[in-house]
Design a protein around this ligand. Sequence first.
Ligand code: HEC
Ligand code: HEC
Ligand code: HEC
Ligand code: HEC
Ligand code: HEC
Length: 213
Amino acid sequence: MSTVFPRWVNRLPFLMIFIGGGGLFGVVGFVWYYFSPWYTDVGYAPRQPVPYSHKLHAGTLGIDCRYCHTGVEVGQHATIPPTQTCMNCHTMIRPESPRLLPVRESFATGEPVEWLRVHKLPDYVRFSHQAHVQAGVGCVECHGRVDQMEVVRQTKPLSMGWCLDCHRAPEAALRPPEMVTVMDYVATAPDEGARLRAAGQIEPPTHCSACHY
Ligand code: HEC
Ligand code: HEC
Ligand code: HEC
Ligand code: HEC
Ligand code: HEC
């Protein structure tokens, strides 16, 4: 045997495990990176059935977020507005616009516009807008400058680590609750967040059952 095969062949199985193992780690690393929420969700901006622009409506026209997202202070979901909300203006403004055709059709038939969902947590996570908005966490902390977006896109990973980073140190994210929809809000003093936290006894939970069923 030893004359047919050189000695190093005895080490071949080890080499194969080593190289194969490296390959496996490579695959795990690849999957871990590419399927982590940083890679898959941030930047997600589906094309909507109507070219509705937050930049125009919330930015230029200055319509408050709560005019359309009526659930945000009182419920789990911020809610997407019904067609009636759009028609409050668009029976008069641009009533003939082809870009608003799906909205007029929806109004005539009673079938809602089929808006595509942008942000989505897994079903096993518990999350409520009300708790955050009433504690004084602005929309911008979790959704970015929506008032500058033609098309809404996800700007934060919505991962567990992201939730916990803020829950462990929420000061930087706090403002007076009446300011939550002001997208360019700046703190009036460097210690404002810390003061608001103390005054409101704000203690975001970090135990598992707070966020998991
Ligand atoms: C005139 C009504 C209107 C106003 C005002 C408005 N929105 Fe919206 N918003 C919509 C509609 C319609 C959608 C669904 C279509 C889309 O995603 O663009 C939406 C979608 C969103 C989404 C994505 C929802 C998802 O599917 O995950 C976010 C986040 C959002 N709005 C935040 C805001 C913020 C923050 C403000 C205030 C700066 C605001 N909106 C003001 C009508 C409005
Ligand atoms: C602490 C982070 C956080 C804050 C603050 C926040 N959101 Fe959200 N928002 C989320 C998450 C997470 C989702 C996805 C929820 C889900 O999948 O159940 C979401 C979803 C939405 C949606 C889609 C519909 C829904 O409710 O699921 C809209 C619209 C929205 N947010 C608007 C707003 C507006 C307007 C504000 C400010 C008044 C705001 N959000 C503040 C994290 C936040
Ligand atoms: C407070 C009034 C108001 C509300 C409410 C409103 N809009 Fe508008 N919208 C406007 C104005 C003003 C314009 C700009 C018209 C112009 O450029 O002449 C506009 C423009 C548009 C355009 C572009 C039309 C074109 O021909 O370029 C679309 C699409 C649109 N809105 C969709 C919506 C949708 C969808 C909703 C409901 C979620 C909505 N709007 C709610 C006032 C409103
Ligand atoms: C930018 C800061 C911030 C982020 C990001 C954030 N939270 Fe919070 N969260 C808070 C604050 C502030 C409170 C309010 C604590 C209080 O009132 O004592 C809170 C409260 C909660 C509560 C308790 C609600 C209740 O009814 O008592 C839950 C559950 C929660 N958050 C889940 C989440 C989840 C899930 C995520 C990620 C998807 C998230 N949070 C992201 C700041 C944040
Ligand atoms: C502040 C809210 C929050 C708390 C507290 C929290 N989680 Fe999570 N957790 C999340 C969110 C949000 C996700 C979804 C992440 C995603 O979609 O990638 C998640 C995902 C998970 C997953 C799925 C695997 C993964 O990483 O995607 C497991 C397992 C999990 N959490 C276990 C725990 C355990 C155990 C605890 C307590 C030590 C805990 N969580 C506390 C918010 C929370």
